[in-house]
Design a protein around this ligand. Sequence first.
Ligand code: HEC
Ligand code: HEC
Length: 378
Amino acid sequence: MLKNKKENQVYVWPLCTRFVHWLIALSFTTAFILSFFEHRLNYHVGVGIIFGLMLSYRIIWGFIGPKYATFNTFKLNLSQLKYYFVEKIQNRYRKIPAGHNPASSWYTLIVLFVGAIIVITGMLLYGIQEGRGYLSILNENYHKFSSVLLDIHIYASYTLLVWVIIHISGVLVEQFYHKTHMVNAMITGYKQTDGEDAQLCTPKNIVSFVIIALSLWVFYVIAFDTQSPFVKSKFPEINFKEESPVFYNKCSKCHKIYPPYLLPQKSWLRIMDGLDNHFGEKITDQNISKENQIEISRYLIQNSSEHSTREAALRITESTLEERPIAITKTQYWRDTHKDIPLSAYEDKKIKDKSNCFACHKDIEKGNLEDRDILYRH
Ligand code: HEC
Ligand code: HEC
């Protein structure tokens, strides 16, 4: 048996294990907080990828990692788990094992399992719902699963949050009640108990830090490089002037062009049928000839929300099944997504009206409604 580096202490968690532990904790917390800021989706996804890569790494570590980290040292017997809690209550100053105790063995497995669900649904959502990155090829055929995926993603994240809080409470009980210095162990790597030091050969150490560096690089690319294939949108900018000069010329006289995918066919027909009283304006055959009106209608119908797999289009189609709104701002979806904007926002001279999408959504004139391009902050 090799001699331990420190007397009465065991080196349980090598530097890379500790690094990965804290990176998992930090990336999950950050991604959770960022999820409340829609326009920070790129950071949320970038941090989520760090979380995913670190989880994968931890799973591989479970097979080839150093002593105490491998799954075969996990104590998963339920009677061991029960005994762990009985002893916890009966014996305040009990001896702790060098590696994982039964509770932390189960804890780790569940984190890996729930974490994997979060990462997989997150990656699918990014491709299927947002139409971004490599998985955007799935958008076309699987867009109807985006709501289910989102529900799973959210429920799993809250489950993990509760799970993490239980973990932190358990560790604090160890630290302050049982006085086992559990927190210090994940910082210094040493536990005060019996056992052999964990050893980690240099190649594995190097590979570990290369993977950590790789995950930071991927984060950088996703968060800051808008053109990288990891984040590139499958939806190109729309040049309305080129696609339909008549629509562009006739319908951008009084306001800028509203992208046709933001209303269903039936709404466009209602708008085109009611031009003689268009939101208080009288638009006649003199303003837009009958021929042009027919051409515009055709273009609008061909490009209505039913014909698009963009997230907003899908939501608008869903939310207008029962009704035939005459304006985007009258759809339930629009009202829901904008309900947090205070009325005072419209007192701003640059915004003025809720129909003035263009003041708050940069690039909506090019057909793009990106979360990160929202100019207005409340
Ligand atoms: C004579 C001026 C004028 C022309 C031309 C015009 N609009 Fe409008 N439109 C308005 C006004 C005024 C509103 C009310 C909202 C606003 O103040 O921007 C409006 C609102 C809309 C809205 C609702 C926006 C919302 O709040 O969700 C849509 C959709 C729309 N117009 C489509 C069209 C289309 C399609 C054409 C071309 C056929 C067109 N408009 C041409 C004046 C015009
Ligand atoms: C006062 C500024 C403002 C105006 C005007 C405005 N929006 Fe928004 N819009 C926002 C903000 C802010 C959000 C993000 C809401 C949130 O997630 O909290 C948003 C969200 C959205 C979303 C959802 C995007 C997503 O991925 O969640 C769509 C679609 C949208 N707006 C379309 C429109 C359209 C179309 C118009 C014009 C008819 C419009 N908005 C007018 C500020 C505005």
